[in-house]
Design a protein around this ligand. Structure first.
Ligand SMILES: NC(=O)c1ccc[n+]([C@@H]2O[C@H](COP(=O)([O-])OP(=O)(O)OC[C@H]3O[C@@H](n4cnc5c(N)ncnc54)[C@H](OP(=O)(O)O)[C@@H]3O)[C@@H](O)[C@H]2O)c1
Length: 273
């Protein structure tokens, strides 16, 4: 693979997709800063991976991390935003606080990181921004409505950003995985209302979330997504959107072709039995 980037920051680098990306990018010869709240290295013996403590929801912590990379390396070629989490529960069973929590790390945390690197990227007239969104950003997933909404929002944000930043030589790409076997499943929080057996959604939501969790745990290894990220970083021009694996790309095509009524019926058959 052609190395177009030398120094990369990966958020959510301690686990799952971010960890796999750190390892793969380091193996490709890049210096990778693996950022997470725990500051854990995905491969402590690897000198190409530098663990860094950073909470994406704390702009002070993000700018401190970027400053430290700048002072050590002088530049940063790319940021890969993987930090994220999921909540499960019917929309009516989700409190405003729980809904905001879902947007906090996935959307505003990513926004904090991107805003922190943009001045640097503009100043050096190059920079690549990759966000890990989700198939849930174009397929509406019941009982994960806020998760679907935040991934759709992030995908649209990335497209707008791509237009705004192209004159500065900055490229943007949204990688949209389907089910991936990571710690994401065990980290998912059920909303308080959805755990109440008296909720009218209780039976369907529980069944549906259990199915999603089984699908995730039987899903792709995170290395599959890391490979897609590495491929984009090696290209002269990154794609704006990447949906790894043929079956998920086919679903994307279908989503665009099918009337919404049919799409929602089909999703309901799978996730709302
Ligand atoms: N797994 C799937 O099926 C799947 C499918 C589609 C999309 N995705 C997306 O892929 C991304 C990565 O998920 P994953 O599956 O790799 O999950 P994961 O294994 O749970 O990893 C999440 C990572 O995010 C970090 N993190 C969480 N909150 C953070 C914060 N406030 N600041 C900094 N780091 C934070 C965690 O580290 P600390 O806890 O140490 O901070 C961890 O490294 C997420 O955006 C997720 O929505 C996942």
């Amino acid at each position: 693979m052609k190395v177009r980037c030398r120094t990369i920051l990966v958020t959510g680098g301690s686990s799952g997709i971010g960890a796999a990306a750190c390892i793969m990018l380091s193996e490709a010869g890049m210096t990778v800063y693996a950022a997470s709240r725990s500051g854990r290295s995905p491969r402590p013996e690897d000198p190409g991976i530098i663990p860094i403590c950073m909470d994406v929801n704390d702009p002070g912590s993000v700018s401190k991390a970027i400053e430290s990379i700048k002072s050590q390396k002088g530049s940063l070629d790319a940021i890969v935003c993987c930090a994220g989490n999921g909540i499960g529960g019917a929309i009516e069973d989700t409190s405003p606080e729980e809904a905001r929590y879902q947007f906090e790390t996935n959307f505003f945390g990513t926004d904090n990181c991107i805003k922190a690197v943009l001045p640097l990227f503009r100043g050096q007239w190059h920079g690549r921004i990759i966000t890990v969104t989700s198939v849930a950003g174009f397929i509406p997933i019941p009982y994960q409505g806020y998760y679907s909404a935040v991934k759709a929002a992030l995908d649209m944000y990335m497209k707008a950003l791509a237009i705004e930043c192209r004159r500065f030589g900055i490229q943007c790409c949204s990688v949209m995985p389907g089910d991936v076997k990571t710690g994401f499943t065990s980290a998912r929080k059920r909303t308080r209302g959805s755990e109440n057996p008296d909720s009218p959604y209780y039976v369907h939501a529980s069944r549906s979330i259990s199915k999603m969790e089984r699908d995730e745990q039987g899903g792709m290894p995170p290395e599959r997504i890391a490979r897609a990220i590495r491929r984009q970083l090696g290209r002269r021009h990154m794609k704006f959107t990447v949906v790894p694996r043929l079956d998920y790309s086919a679903i994307r095509v279908l989503e665009r072709l099918l009337p919404t009524r049919i799409l929602l019926w089909a999703v309901g058959l799978i996730y709302d039995k």
